[in-house]
Design a protein around this ligand. Structure first.
Ligand code: 13P
Length: 291
């Protein structure tokens, strides 16, 4: 099945109160495991690629080619969106679209509101010509997103009025308001701004995106979904599952040297982690007539 944009899957999720997971690609094994999980769960899926991983994985064209080849090779029939995660500039978003990505996040949240809106507007105009979807961020999410660290002093909750303006002036397809979630492991008890989440959903009418989906208690995830969150990003929990499986294998087999021997259990651990998220988010069995 050809790659699709996130628009329809997120609108359906928001309407039927479930969320589609964005699982970040770290390498070939993550890509295989996430696609197998989606196929197994009959779930739509979003493959996220953050900027730091573009050079690591061999460039945008290689990543898009690898994803398309694996979809063909496995005969994947569920809807799959290939999404640029936290694109920091107009240029990187356009390059991703040119390479065949079907969705981009323009994260111009490090600029002032006017500039954030102006850049997001340009990206949306271009993406929509190609039938691709666009996500934008307001406020700033703390923690480590690959090589980008936002400390607590820089963290900012999204302001409802700014979200409404962003949606009205840009035509984006979904919005990621920073409301207390954190990239990477949580330190202490997470405090999500649920009241504002409900308000932003109601006033914008758009599916909401929750970044930093790892390590949140299940009740908080379910509450976010009930308030209109239709996309949840997860990376750290899958990375932890992968690394833990490799650590255990190498401890039990100190003589091992063939990467396949420890990457097979790692891939299985990633797939299990992703499948558990899909069940929690309620996206299992939602691939419609295509599964
Ligand atoms: P975690 O790594 O905390 O799951 O966050 C992933 C994310 O939000 C990617 O944009």
């Amino acid at each position: 099945m050809a790659l699709v944009s996130m628009k329809e899957m997120l609108e359906e999720g928001a309407a039927k109160q479930y969320a589609v997971g964005q699982f970040n690609l770290n390498n070939l094994e993550f890509t295989q495991a996430i696609l197998m999980a989606a196929q197994e769960e009959k779930s739509p899926v979003i493959l996220g690629v953050s900027e730091a991983y573009i050079p690591y994985m061999g460039g945008l064209h290689f990543i898009a080619g690898m994803v398309k080849s694996l979809i063909d090779y496995y005969g994947v029939k569920v809807p799959v969106a290939l999404h640029l995660d936290h694109g920091s500039s107009y240029e990187v978003c356009i390059r991703a679209l040119h390479a065949g990505f079907t969705s981009v996040m323009i994260d111009a949240s490090h600029h002032d509101l006017e500039t954030n809106i102006a850049i997001t507007q340009r990206v949306t105009e271009a993406a929509h010509v190609l039938g691709a979807s666009v996500e934008a961020e307001l406020g700033r999410i703390t923690g480590r997103e690959d090589d980008i660290v936002v400390d607590e002093a820089e963290a900012m909750y999204a302001v409802t009025e700014d979200c409404v303006r962003m949606v009205r002036e840009t035509g984006i397809d979904c919005i990621a308001p920073a409301l207390g979630s954190v990239h990477g492991p949580y330190r202490g008890q997470p405090k999500l701004g649920f009241d504002r989440m409900g308000e932003i959903r109601q006033l914008t009418g758009l599916p909401l995106v929750l970044h930093g989906g790892s390590g949140l208690p299940d009740e908080e995830i379910l509450r976010a979904i009930s308030l209109g969150t239709a996309k949840i990003n997860v990376n750290t929990d899958n990375q932890i599952a992968c690394t833990q499986a490799i650590r255990v294998y190498l401890q039990e087999h100190p003589e091992a040297y063939d990467p396949r021997h420890y990457l097979v259990p790692a891939k299985k651990a990633i797939q299990e982690s992703v499948q558990a998220k899909m069940r929690l988010f309620g996206s299992s069995g939602r691939a419609g007539g295509t599964a």
